[in-house]
Write a protein that binds this ligand. Structure first.
Ligand SMILES: C[S@@+](CC[C@H](N)C(=O)[O-])C[C@H]1O[C@@H](n2cnc3c(N)ncnc32)[C@H](O)[C@@H]1O
Length: 411
């Protein structure tokens, strides 16, 4: 047996124990100790005394992962089997549910979840009413998925399959893969703890992504938010989703479930807002800085739909290469945050500091686009005795390094 096989066998044995009555009790005890603020070493000592040295660490770790998962997964977190890797790879359940509902609205009843990890997408698909073939080449992932669907009462809807997704997609025929009329693919985009920026290095690689989109029309693929638009095949809708001002996922929808060219989706306080365009609307016009600066939501920027919002607001870009908009009025739009511009000056640290002192501004939040400065460092350098505050935006305006001193957002 190879070393890696031994590690896997060990992990699988631990998972079996953790799911049994003794393991369940140990994880519950670890959770109580952690909730009570007991530190790692005394916590482990207590657990060791209860369940022995070989089980104490895994029980502590699972309790810790469940606590980390709870804000996102709610009550499910208390019963999910997870590893640190699979928790990191798991998407948000409310977005997985939204994805599942849209995929199934195409009419498919069965979905292949290609690369299921701990099965959190599998769970969403099964809960949305699909029968699911959950595929992973990693035996630990398969064991986690099998355990999770069983615990959540979904085992009768899910078949867990050991297979290589590359082979399954290679042999996909008649719009089906692994016997399913729809597919969800979430390639691993990290290797050795590092993010893989090149889609050809994802697992499965980009060639499998495009082959799947080509062969199975009812497909959704999770991709890196930074994916180059040039990579998106014709006839494929690309969607960027932001929650709380950060992009949390980017999706490619196969031709059977594509509805538009690009979609920006913004989730705020449980409300979902969408902006779409059936063709490239082109860039927003460029103009001089006016009284208000608007910072677009990243989903709007990445989806190349900024010009739609700019047209609504009567706004222009401050520079053709920079995603800041400007207009004469604050914007009443969920797609941008507006700041009143108080000063515009060429970037010069000494002059900027003097100006802030003269205005009694001692605390600043620094934002930047198109500048190499490090925001936190600059914020420290600009700290002063004044009681006022400001938002300092370091950017390029008509090609020149420029600072915009803005009033902080109210509220
Ligand atoms: C990003 S994770 C999937 C996360 C999952 N969708 C979720 O929501 O939790 C990618 C998974 O694909 C699996 N994988 C990567 N390459 C594969 C391949 N060629 N065949 C089968 N599984 C693969 C990995 O083992 C990993 O579990």
């Amino acid at each position: 047996m190879r070393q890696s096989d031994l590690v896997t066998e060990d992990l699988l044995a631990q998972l079996r124990w953790l799911r049994g009555p003794d393991g369940t009790g140990a994880v519950r005890l670890a959770g109580r100790l952690q909730d009570d603020g007991v530190d790692l070493l005394p916590g482990l000592a207590k657990l060791r005394a209860e369940v022995g040295p070989e089980h104490a660490g895994p029980a502590w770790e699972l309790a810790r992962l469940r606590a980390r998962a709870r804000p996102v997964f709610g009550d499910d977190a208390d019963v999910l089997m997870l590893t640190a890797d699979t928790l990191e790879q798991a998407g948000r359940p409310e977005l997985a549910a939204r994805r599942a509902a849209r995929l199934l609205a195409g009419g498919a009843a069965s979905v292949a979840d290609l690369g299921c990890a701990a099965g959190t997408d599998t769970v969403a698909l099964a809960r949305a009413g699909a029968t699911v073939v959950a595929v992973d080449r990693d035996p630990v992932a398969r064991a986690l998925t099998a355990a999770n669907v069983a615990t959540l009462g979904l085992a009768d809807r899910v078949q867990v399959l050991a297979a290589d997704v590359v082979d399954l997609v290679d042999t996909a025929r008649d719009g089906e893969v692994a016997g399913c009329a729809a597919a969800a693919l979430d390639p691993a985009r990290r290797a050795g703890g590092r993010r893989q920026l090149d889609p050809d290095r994802w697992s499965p690689p980009w060639s499998t992504v495009t082959a799947l989109l080509d062969r199975v029309p009812a497909t959704v693929v999770k991709v890196a938010p930074g994916l180059d638009h040039d990579r998106v095949p014709d006839g494929i809708e690309a969607e960027w989703v932001s929650v709380g001002g950060s992009i949390v996922e980017a999706l490619l929808w196969g031709p059977g479930v594509s509805r538009t060219w690009r979609r920006a989706t913004l989730v705020r306080g449980g409300v979902v807002l969408e902006l779409t365009a059936s063709a490239d609307p082109g860039p927003a016009p460029v103009g001089p800085v006016r009284g208000w600066l608007h910072e677009p939501d990243p989903a709007l920027i990445r989806s190349s739909l900024m010009s739609l919002v700019a047209a609504d607001l009567g706004a222009t870009l401050v520079d053709p290469t920079i995603a800041y908009l400007t207009s004469d009025a604050p914007a009443d739009s969920p797609w941008v945050s507006s700041y009143r511009v108080a000063e515009v000056l060429p970037f010069n640290l000494k002059k900027l500091r003097a100006l802030l002192r003269a205005r009694g501004i001692g605390r600043v939040v620094v934002k930047k686009r198109g500048s190499p400065i490090e925001p936190q460092t600059l914020a420290r350098q600009l700290k002063g005795p004044g009681t006022g505050s400001a938002v300092v935006v370091v950017t390029r305006v008509a090609g020149a390094p420029t600072v915009l001193v803005c009033e902080p957002l109210s509220g």
